[in-house]
Design a binder for this molecule. Sequence first.
Ligand code: PHE
Length: 441
Amino acid sequence: MATTATTWGSRIGFILAGAGSAIGLGSIWKFPFWAGINGGSGFIIPYIIFTFTIGITLLIAELVVGRAGRGSALHALKRLGGPAFSIMGGIAVLTSFVILSYYSVVGGWCVKYLFDSLGGTLVTNDPKVLQATFGALVGDGLTNSLWHLSFLTCGVVALGVVNGIERLSKYLLPTLFILMIVIMIRSLSLPGAMEGVKFLFDFSFDKLTWMSVLNAMGFTFFSLSLGCGIMVTYGAYLKDSTDIPNSSLWIAYLAIQTALLAGLMIMPAVFAMGQDPNAGPGLVFVTIPFIFSQIPFGWFFMILFNVCLLVAALTSSVSLLEVCIAYLQNEWHMKRISASILCYVGLALLGFVSALSFGVWSDVKIFDRIIFDFLDWFCSNIMMPLGGLSIALLAGWKAWNSTYVQVNLVKKYSASANAFIKFSLRFLAPLLVLVVVATGV
Ligand code: PHE
């Protein structure tokens, strides 16, 4: 049987699971350093605008396709769009698999840093020590791979059944919000913290560059987990009584709120301690431990921070894993347990390639990037936008009637809201996606 009979236990459970997918390393690890590299508000303001325009409409579209198609991403796209779209569904599954393979390498760093913060070994007055710790972790292929495996294990165990995802998100996400607020208050209370707030929110047009806008757009896809079948898969588990546009608004809102919280927990501290906001990927693994080492009770906040990172990474990776498992169950009639084992082995192997690309394979470059960076760039800037494009074309043109019915199933939305969704899916989203992909290439 290709269709799925599983449904979410409650609407709030679904919203938290969707938000759990959206909120991840993207929000806590990538967002602050991307905002740093792209000049703060010049990146943040377009990101918010994109999220509430095309981001939200694509989110609605994916959930609609999932609920109308009732099955794995591939199955749902095939059912609504025919063979051409089923290929796009297959590509979406593959994209999820590839993202998870390198995402879990960073997840492995989070596991290691949580252990280190518990053991107190990250507290030091010398930033070079932290630089060396991080360098040794990512540079040593074996260590990097072993932590990667440990994270994958947590992911598979956490996944359990769909109820596992829902229950996990229901407890972990509220915990995450509380922890982040505590850290934000600590960070904002440091002398000089306001400079960091200004960096994030003081807007002037000269901060807005072509590059910052494009990056904000790519990040919108990554941050809302669009274009790789996740929301389609989650949509298939939706009851008919769940209002899709309203739930999508909640998911988008929670994703933005968490990214901003992450910015507000990191940047004020970075400025207060005179650190560089452009530190790149090491911001969270080098700069942050250094900052926490300098403040009273910093070791405690360091533990909280690493718990946040790991929680965020876990709830996103289970969503990526679910896309692959739903596919294997639907198309290959595998049992959940065998599908999990197969995914684990495949992800372990592909993940090794990314893990090794920081060390022994750092000379292997594709388009001038090490393998890890190439996979991230390729998935975020090419595959996810293309996945988003196919969903927009399917929901906006080919299956617009189903989209209309699904959007208005629980509550009849106004003509202008429906017109906006239609316009965005038919013209706005495809146009912007093509611009991002063309510039990326
Ligand atoms: N949205 C997740 C994050 O921000 C990343 C992700 C991308 C998860 C794609 C699933 C799919 O970390």
